[in-house]
Design a protein around this ligand. Structure first.
Ligand code: MN
Length: 228
């Protein structure tokens, strides 16, 4: 068998402290997973039914690089999030076994065309063009659970041009990492290589060209970059 065209490169993220890279299969994201962010968006807090959406695997931006300002939007927003990388997957994963599937943790940005998202919401349309665009998922190096454990209470924060914009304790998540994996595995056959963006706290705001951002998962991961 030969491919009709050259096969695409596998998007991959450096694993900190190693010379290995983690190949990305899919990117799942949860919406409204911190009550203060749901409130600032004028949304209800729903502790029963999580909201999920996806980004393409090749939306990742690695290596503290420049992030190009996307087309069509006039309101690019930052959403700082803890990111989870799965070593193994499955269906109908029990909450009490969910963390056994986690390979590593990182910090990332769920970049959002907020103006297009608002327009989609008002019409009941899907969010894809607001969330799943090129370069919409800058992510730090991965830090293995075998090294750092499974963080339950850490500060997650974002500064832009040196000023703090977002900060929370990850313990404030409405659906925990284990609960997110459980819920996703009811909807999808999760796979090794899947990434999960676990939601953002309050303080989302606009990024413009020239802005320098620094996202941090306290003591674990740092992601720095610039909007160009
Ligand atoms: Mn988000």
């Amino acid at each position: 068998m030969t491919f009709a065209i050259a096969p695409h490169a596998v998007p991959a993220i450096p694993v900190a402290g190693t010379d290995m890279r983690f190949p990305v299969h899919r990117i799942y994201c949860i919406g409204r997973n911190y009550a203060d962010h749901a409130k600032e968006m004028g949304s209800e807090v729903d502790r029963v039914q999580p909201i999920f959406f996806n980004k393409p695997a090749d939306a990742i931006v690695i290596g503290d690089g420049d992030v190009p300002y996307p087309s069509v939007t006039r309101d690019l927003h930052h959403e700082v999030e803890m990111v989870v990388a799965l070593a193994t997957g499955g269906r109908n994963i029990a909450v009490e076994h969910a963390l056994e599937h986690v390979y590593a943790y990182a910090v990332g940005l769920d970049l959002t065309r907020r103006d297009l998202q608002a327009a989609a919401k008002s019409k009941g349309n899907p969010w894809d063009v607001a969330k799943g665009f090129d370069n919409s998922a800058p992510v730090s190096d991965l830090h293995r659970a075998s090294e750092i454990g499974h963080p339950q209470h850490l500060q997650l924060s974002l500064s832009v041009n040196g000023a703090r914009r977002q900060q929370t304790d990850i313990g404030e998540m409405i659906f925990s990492v284990a609960e997110i994996i459980h819920e996703l595995s009811k909807l999808y056959d999760l796979q090794s290589g899947d990434l999960i963006f676990t939601g953002t706290p309050a303080g989302v705001a606009a990024l413009v060209r020239g802005d320098r951002f620094c996202a941090e998962l306290e003591g674990v991961a740092v992601l720095e970059g610039r909007i160009v």
